[in-house]
Design a protein around this ligand. Structure first.
Ligand SMILES: *Cc1c(COP(=O)(O)O)cnc(C)c1O
Length: 422
């Protein structure tokens, strides 16, 4: 294993990593994985408590998804989507539109690209309607990906600050911090009165700002904000790249809101964590604005747009949701998670316990920066892959996790915090 690590570090620059820290804490080569468990080359196990950056829904090497990809592999691996099509993508589009209540699907191959698509579509839609609305509105503390457009509408300074001179000019409005969101709503109202005409779209992550330290906020605010945007002629984009596919307790987070967005971005869990794929769903109203002469078309593409293997995986994911009553089953699992993690409330340096469906989070209340890193290192020694966001510890496991495994995580966390010096 040491040899693999050396070879890794010789040539690989890892994402979202200060490589110098790899001297002390090198990347762990994983040999194989099953369910919630990853295994390294020395046979050590790690429970994937973060679903490998929130993509894995039904466990690693899930047999059904794996079989669907293998079946597809023998007939068609990929064909470009300009001028061509294939069955897995047709079937997937029918199912996604029916499930989410939209008419059209525009595909890409990762979350940030889906966000770029949604932003460009919103701007271009208004242009087709004879208006140049050159700015986007986003929520404070939001995260929409790392490409320059997506980064522009993000509010997490750590990822964004260095690139500020390169970013689009956007407007940002406050996200509610408690149950009462009247102040945030009033601020949005004033912002729309002043700048409504300049804005083409409002982008937000419904219910949970995941990369924004798992900040959870009220559906009521989203509904009221969407209505205000509609009155101002501003399109609404829901980024459900992280919250989609059962994560927040319903298939899509937007089901817990009354209002629907004009554009919906999906990715991450869409293939159960097997292959990259993303999609923007939208209605006929926007689609028709681009329909006509060639010059009116949406001339945007990615090489791997709508990859057939990824679509086959996504089909298998929807099969599992349908056949196994996943959303209902998850309700019991998330209640059990709440019950087990309840015991952590005894530590007075832990607080802000919160949960939406299959996301559970709490904060270490300390001045010390990156105390989450301590939990990460100690967690690994106890078979837990946790990847705290700053001082926020979160649990976002694949849905195939068992009650015993949940209890194990809660017990180990208790042990770790008994040794922790805040
Ligand atoms: C992860 C994420 C993205 C970016 O997706 P990538 O596939 O990493 O580019 C965008 N929005 C949200 C809410 C995300 O969680």
């Amino acid at each position: 294993m040491r040899d693999l690590i050396e070879r890794d570090l010789r040539h690989i620059w890892h994402p979202c990593t200060q490589m110098r820290e790899c001297e002390k804490l090198p990347p762990i080569p994983i040999k194989e994985a099953r369910g919630v468990w990853l295994y390294d080359f020395e046979g050590r196990a790690y429970m994937d408590c973060v679903s490998s950056w929130w993509v894995n829904l039904f466990g690693h090497c899930n047999a059904q998804i794996s079989a669907a990809i293998k079946r597809q592999l023998d007939s068609l691996e990929h064909v470009m989507m300009a001028g061509f099509s294939h069955e897995p993508i047709i079937r997937l589009s029918e199912r996604l539109c029916a499930l989410a209540g939209f008419e059209k699907c525009f595909y890409a191959d990762n979350g940030s690209s889906a966000v770029e698509v949604a932003l460009k579509l919103s701007f271009h839609y208004h242009l087709h309607k004879g208006k140049q609305r050159g700015k986007f509105l986003c929520l404070e503390n939001s995260y929409h990906g790392e490409t320059l457009g997506a980064l522009s509408v993000g509010g997490v300074g750590l990822y964004r600050d260095a690139y500020k001179p390169l970013l689009l000019e956007v407007l940002s409005t406050s996200v509610p911090r408690g149950e009462d969101y009247s102040r945030e709503l009033e601020a949005l109202k004033i912002l729309l009165q002043r700048h409504g005409e300049e804005l083409c779209a409002f982008i937000l992550e419904p219910l949970v700002q995941c990369a924004g330290n798992m900040h959870m906020y009220a559906a009521g605010f989203i509904d009221a904000a969407v209505r205000l945007c509609r009155e101002a002629g501003v399109l609404v984009i829901f980024d459900e790249i992280a919250t989609g596919f059962g994560r927040t307790g319903s298939l899509f987070a937007m089901e817990q809101c009354e209002e629907k967005p004009d554009l919906l971005c999906l990715s991450k869990g869409i293939t159960g964590g097997f292959l990259p794929l993303s999609v923007v769903l939208l209605g006929d109203e926007i689609y028709k604005a681009f329909y006509g002469e060639y010059e009116k078309a949406f001339l945007h593409s990615h090489s791997y747009t709508g990859n057939a293997l990824a679509c086959a995986a996504a089909g298998a994911v929807l099969d599992i949701f349908e056949k196994e009553g996943v959303v209902e089953k998850n309700k019991k699992l998330s209640a059990f998670i709440a019950q087990e993690f309840e015991k952590l409330r005894d530590f007075d340096f832990l607080g802000n316990f919160r949960q939406r469906g299959m996301i559970y989070a709490f904060d270490i209340l300390t001045e010390k920066k990156r105390s989450g890193l301590w939990i990460y290192e100690r967690g690994l020694q106890k078979k837990l892959l946790l990847r705290p966001l700053g001082n926020t510890i979160y649990f976002m496991p694949p849905y195939v996790i068992t009650k015993e495994e949940i209890s194990y995580v809660a017990r180990i966390l208790r042990e770790l915090f008994e040794e922790f010096e805040p």
